[in-house]
Design a protein around this ligand. Sequence first.
Ligand code: HEM
Ligand code: HEM
Length: 220
Amino acid sequence: MNNTALKQVWDLPVRLCHWSMAILVPVLWWTAENHEMTYHRYAGFTLLGVLVFRIYWGFFGTHTARFAQFIQSPARVMRYASVVLQGGAPPVFGHNPLGGYSVLLLLGLLLTQVGLGLFAIDVDGFDGGPFADYIAYDAARLMAELHEVCFWLVVAAVALHLLAIIAHRLKGHNLVPAMIHGKAPADHDIPVYPYLQTRFAIGVILAGMLVWAVISASPY
Ligand code: HEM
Ligand code: HEM
C-alpha cells in the first residue's frame, strides 16, 4: 500500500506512560521541595511502575514502542544527524534515529533517579527511601546527594527533549498531537501484533508486583 493514510503510531500504553511521566516529574519536584515526602515516595513508586512497564513494552508492545524498532545503528544516527545539521528534519513514523537514543537517555535517567531515591535519606536520618535503612547513614546521604545531581540531569534531558519538539514544530512538523491521539500519516502498512490485551495485562501485573515488593520493604 503506498497512499498516505492516518495510522496508529503510538499505542495507548505508550501515550499513558508518556503523560504519566510528564505529570509525575513535576509532582516529584514539588513534593520534594515542599517536604511532602510521603507523597514524594508514592509518586516515585508510581513512576517506578510506569518505567518498568515501559521497558517491558519496549520488548512486547506494538511496532513503534519496541526498542528494536527505534534503536538504530550509529551509522544511521550519523546520517540522520548530518541531514538535521544541513537544516532538514525529515518526518519519521515513530522515533527518528536521534530521538530513539534520547528516549533511552530519558528512561535511563529516570530509572537511575528512582534507584537513587530508594536508598536516599534526609539529613535528619528520619525520612528516606525503602532501602535506606539497609545501608550506612553516610552512604544513604551520598545517594541523596547523587539523587539531587541526577534530578538536574533529568531537567537538562527534558529541556533538550522539549527543544527538539519545538525545533520540529519550527520545521512544520507538530509531533505533539500524535502523542495525544496516537495517529500519524504513514505510507506503509503497520505490523499487527497478536494478544496485545494479554501482553498489556501481563506487563501491568509484573510492574505492579515489582512495585509492591519495593513498597513492602519500606519501613515508612
Ligand atoms: C517530564 C516531562 C517529560 C518526559 C520525562 C518525557 C519523556 C518522553 C519519552 C520517554 C518519550 C518517548 C516515548 C516512548 O516511546 O515511550 C517522549 C516522547 C515524546 N514527548 Fe515527551 N516527555 C516529557 C514532556 C513532554 C511534553 C511537555 C511534551 C509536549 C508538549 C512532550 C511531547 C512528546 C512527544 C511529541 C513525543 C514523541 C516524539 C517523537 O515523535 O519521536 N513530552 N517523551
Ligand atoms: C521511589 C522513588 C523515590 C524516592 C524513595 C525518593 C526519595 C527522596 C528522598 C528521601 C529525598 C530527600 C533527600 C534529602 O533530604 O537530602 C528526595 C529528594 C528529592 N527527590 Fe526524590 N525520591 C524518589 C524519586 C524521585 C524522582 C523520580 C525525582 C525526580 C524526577 C525526585 C526528585 C527529588 C528532588 C528534586 C529532591 C530534592 C533534592 C534536594 O534538593 O535535596 N525523586 N527524594
